[in-house]
Design a protein around this ligand. Structure first.
Ligand SMILES: [Zn+2]
Ligand SMILES: [Zn+2]
Length: 204
């Protein structure tokens, strides 16, 4: 009888450990430097206590391509593509591309921000559903001559977009990784790598 109780207790412990672990898939679009994939993998593992699965690379869907201001891929279309390829065994999927990605910037009432010529196809660092199961980031606008800064930008954007998938909104807290980039990379550079205590609380 004691043996049975002990066995049951061990099982319960195992179940409670594994059920809290998120499984995040990283989907490389085209050829992505292994160092970039490794950096994203490491930061997501530690930030979200996640198991990381690297998916087989695939090409960007042609249907997402636009040439309105410059050659870009619509991030909204990529989020849908990622949902389609997400295996059931994975909770969230993050796409990564070196190509420029864009979306339409809108006002809270749904109208396109003015001037429309600027915001109808707006180049971005990343986009993620809030909440949802897919997000995408692009290295195109994150480049820097110092590799360390380039790496930190990629990592912060990855943590930020998965944060949106987990339901987090933008945050005003100084240094929180969920700060809105407000159209400039400087905000990303001044942000920290971590969620503030409020965001951590909201996530649970
Ligand atoms: Zn955001
Ligand atoms: Zn925060």
């Amino acid at each position: 009888m004691n043996k049975f109780i002990l066995y049951f207790f061990v099982c319960m412990l195992c179940c409670s450990c594994s059920s809290g672990v998120k499984r995040i898939g990283i989907q490389p679009y085209g050829d992505i430097d292994q160092k970039v994939i490794h950096s994203i993998s490491e930061i997501l593992k530690t930030s979200y206590n996640a198991d990381i699965i690297i998916l087989e690379k695939k090409e960007l869907p042609k249907s997402a391509f636009v040439q309105i201001k410059s050659p870009r891929y619509r991030a909204d279309s990529l989020l849908i593509d990622l949902l389609k390829i997400r295996p059931d065994s994975i909770d969230y999927v993050l796409g990564i591309t070196s190509k420029d990605i864009s979306t339409t910037k809108k006002n809270p009432d749904g109208s396109i921000k003015t001037p429309e010529s600027k915001y109808s196809d707006w180049g971005i660092f990343g986009l993620g559903y809030r909440p949802g199961k897919s997000c995408v980031i692009s290295t195109f606008r994150l480049k820097h001559k110092k590799p360390k800064i380039f790496e930190s930008r990629i990592q912060k954007i990855a943590v930020h977009e998965i944060g949106h998938n987990l339901g987090l909104s933008h945050c005003d807290h100084n240094e929180c990784v969920m700060q809105d980039a407000v159209e400039t990379i400087h905000t990303v550079d001044s942000a920290g790598f971590e969620l503030c205590d409020n965001c951590k609380y909201d996530m649970n």
